[in-house]
Ligand binder design. Sequence first.
Ligand SMILES: Cc1ncc(COP(=O)(O)O)c(C=O)c1O
Length: 421
Amino acid sequence: MQFSTDEEFALQLDREDPLREFRDRFELPRGADGKPLIYFCGNSLGLMPKTARGAVDHELDAWAKFAVEAHHGIDRPWYTYHEPLREPLARLVGARPHEVVCMNTLTVNLHLMLASFYRPTKTRFKIVMETPAFPSDVYAIKSQIAHYGFDPKDALLLVAAREGENTIRQEQFEAAIAEHGDSVAVIAVGALNFITGQFFDIQAISAAAREHGITVGVDLAHAIGNVPLAMHDWNVDFAVWCTYKYLNSGPGAVAGAFVHERHATNTKLPRLAGWFGNDPKTRFRLDSDFIPVPSADAWQVSNPPIFSMAPIRASLAIFDDAGGMKPLREKSVKLTAYLEFLLDEIGSERFTVITPREPSQRGCQLSIMAHENPKELLEKLQAAGVRCDFREPNVIRAAPTPLYNTFHEVWRFAQILSQHR
Ligand SMILES: Cc1ncc(COP(=O)(O)O)c(C=O)c1O
């Protein structure tokens, strides 16, 4: 598409946007002047759906009116509260419903997955990761390695961008796999890198890993609700995600996990168990023998935290109403390409976009590396009503999301940026 720098062009794109009405479904944070901020922070904490409050109130009312009976005897029974979330989440990650469970938080789920899928031996004990990866993933993985008596210095292999490059080349993962092959137990990759916004080719990584019998685990924190995913078809072994970023489900909202059906249906796998992983048919026998349900639910440890799950219902309904990832991705590709075009127009002396230019290798986020006074630039953006986040030492991450951001906001963001001298 041919873009233009005219303000009228941005307004016209908004008028033509088939998803334009979805913005009105969110609470928009406002500045001191009462006007909505330009909120490009959905990669950190997504906005609150207007229906979230009602969803939480509904459960508070159920507690007040029915107390313990709300576990079973009401319209949305708490006992099975996580179950209706399974299918909408499965649609977003490209999975079969019994491969998906909504539970815990992301890092906890990563530990639970590693407890089953990282079973190091003397000869196969290494984990391959990208770097920089989100620190919580690194801490979890290093602690798992140490837990089994190995030293992360020997067991953790990091794949980094080459000297002078900002992003990792796909072939670097394949080279690491080929070089360390049979000594690697797990490859754990963030599908979409939190700093650079690079979307890795998970299908190709998974195929290369499988040739060497390596288990593939993926962190979808920045990918779910942002880019199209196909966990089942890409043959990933396990994946974990949070729901407070692009899924707009609130701070610390309950996370999710995917377990490929070849493992999900294997009740013999080792795991860290709890009563909600037990088959619901026998759960209330309260026996001392754990009988895992043959699905991803077998990794559930405790009963679902209803109040922090309620907003997820509200949020996932919006994704389904919008028609799922296809229309969202179409708008997102256009929105981000428009931002890239406007940044190109401003010129590259003062900053460099380190996110890949190829749309299939990124989501909505562009990471802008500021060459001069990055903190001052961030402050100017904030003072002008922009909210985007900052990663030390000099990366500003701007994530225009298709559900609630507009082309005119992208235009205004670029205007504000161009005025910074
Ligand atoms: C890529 C990535 N992984 C893991 C986490 C940690 O998530 P949690 O605090 O939900 O465990 C985050 C949080 O922002 C993240 O961005």
